[in-house]
Design a protein around this ligand. Structure first.
Ligand code: NAD
Length: 350
């Protein structure tokens, strides 16, 4: 049994992680500011569990983070809280710099000041996992894959803010010997992803009979991992990862956006057919995202080799299960469209 402080545990990946940790019997403190993307209903299944607690706090509030560490006494911090949507970072970069860079620095600083006063056993076993992204590497051409040694060349404000926080984690590991490990995950998909992201946005647009917007000609490539596999890999890194290391997390599932969107349309044709025409008839090519990275592909040889990790969700099964989840959970996403995000285009940088 371990005590884990999770930041951002009401978001898409964080809530999947929290549910897994609580289910496995760990004590969990979820620290989340409940931004537009932080939804208490994402952790409703575990909210009443005796090994789960929640603190509404902003990671930029260093005193609140310090108090949480003092009160909870974690064996690990898994830091996921962030502004996470590239398009929003183009419309309004400052929130990204504030939360992702300064917020991460506040978490690192609080841990750095709290840890030395802890009993030797806890101090030696303690780990801080910083959850970064493959987007810090920038874009690939048609060939090759990012390794952990690829240069960090972010292109969007989101990616730049994550790169800054990723390097900050490195700086705290080198300067204060903080027991930090950095995970760079590829694109996640699965249940409870906020409707602004490609897969839920495609499903929801289709269900409303609205144009399914695909940027440019849909030729950009992403490397997709199911959120349960990502969480599984994060926990493997927490258990066995080498201090000070970086681990790429990917599942070897590269898809062009247009092919992914067409797959979703095919699934919807089977499960929720339109009265007239195929779902793919709704596909509309729209103006590209400024600075749109062409291709991401993750080389996960370090994770697979050193930590003996493999994904377990087959891409076709994961996508079908995700589509089914959105079909069955209209109650989860429909209110978000009314109150938080109307499904419209973001990221043209107006
Ligand atoms: P998300 O947007 O769904 O959730 C982010 C969570 O962080 C929300 O619960 C939000 O309330 C919380 N948060 C935001 N600002 C905060 C602040 N200042 N203080 C406290 N809490 C705050 O994001 P996600 O998709 O679950 O991503 C989680 C992490 O994983 C992020 O760090 C992201 O950069 C990283 N990541 C995501 C992906 C992906 O495909 N989704 C891929 C690689 C890495």
């Amino acid at each position: 049994m371990t005590c884990v402080l999770v930041t951002g545990g009401c978001g898409f990946i964080g809530s999947t992680l929290v549910r897994r940790l609580v289910g496995d019997g760990h004590d969990v403190l979820n620290v989340d500011a409940l931004t537009y993307a932080g939804l208490p209903q994402n952790v409703a299944d575990v909210a009443g569990a005796s090994n789960y607690s929640f603190l509404e706090a902003d990671i930029r509030d260093g005193a609140a983070v310090a108090q949480a560490l003092e009160a909870f006494g974690p064996d690990a911090v898994m830091h996921l809280a962030a502004e996470s949507h590239v398009d929003r970072s183009i419309d309004d970069p400052m929130d990204f710099l504030s939360t992702n860079v300064l917020g991460t620095a506040a978490v690192l600083r609080a841990v750095e000041q709290w840890l030395p006063a802890q009993p030797v056993g806890r101090r030696d076993a303690f780990r801080l996992l910083h959850i970064s992204t493959d987007e810090v590497y920038g874009a690939l051409g048609a060939d090759g894959a990012f390794t952990e040694d690829s240069p960090v060349e972010p292109n969007s404000p989101y990616a730049a803010s994550k790169a800054a926080s990723d390097l900050m984690a490195r700086a705290w590991a080198r300067t204060w010997k903080l027991p930090v490990i950095v995970c760079r995950s590829s694109n996640n998909y699965g249940p409870r992803q906020f409707p602004e992201k490609l897969i839920p946005r495609t499903i929801i647009s289709a269900l409303h009979g609205r144009p399914i917007e695909v940027y440019a000609r849909g030729e950009n490539v992403r490397d997709w991992i199911h959120v349960e596999d990502n969480v599984d890999a994060l926990l493997r890194v927490l258990e066995r990862g080498a201090l000070g290391s970086v681990y790429n997390i990917g599942a070897g599932n590269e898809r062009r956006n247009i092919d992914l969107v067409r797959d979703i349309c095919g699934l919807l044709d089977e499960r929720a057919p339109r009265e007239t025409g195929a779902t793919a008839d709704l596909i509309a090519f729209v103006e590209d995202r400024p600075g749109h990275d062409f291709r991401y592909a993750i080389d996960n040889a370090r994770l697979a080799g050193e930590l003996d990790w493999q994904p377990s969700v087959a891409p076709a099964d994961g996508l079908r299960q995700t589509v089914d989840w959105y079909l069955a959970n209209r109650d989860w996403w429909a209110p978000l469209l009314d109150d938080v995000y109307d499904g419209g285009r973001l990221g043209l940088g107006g």
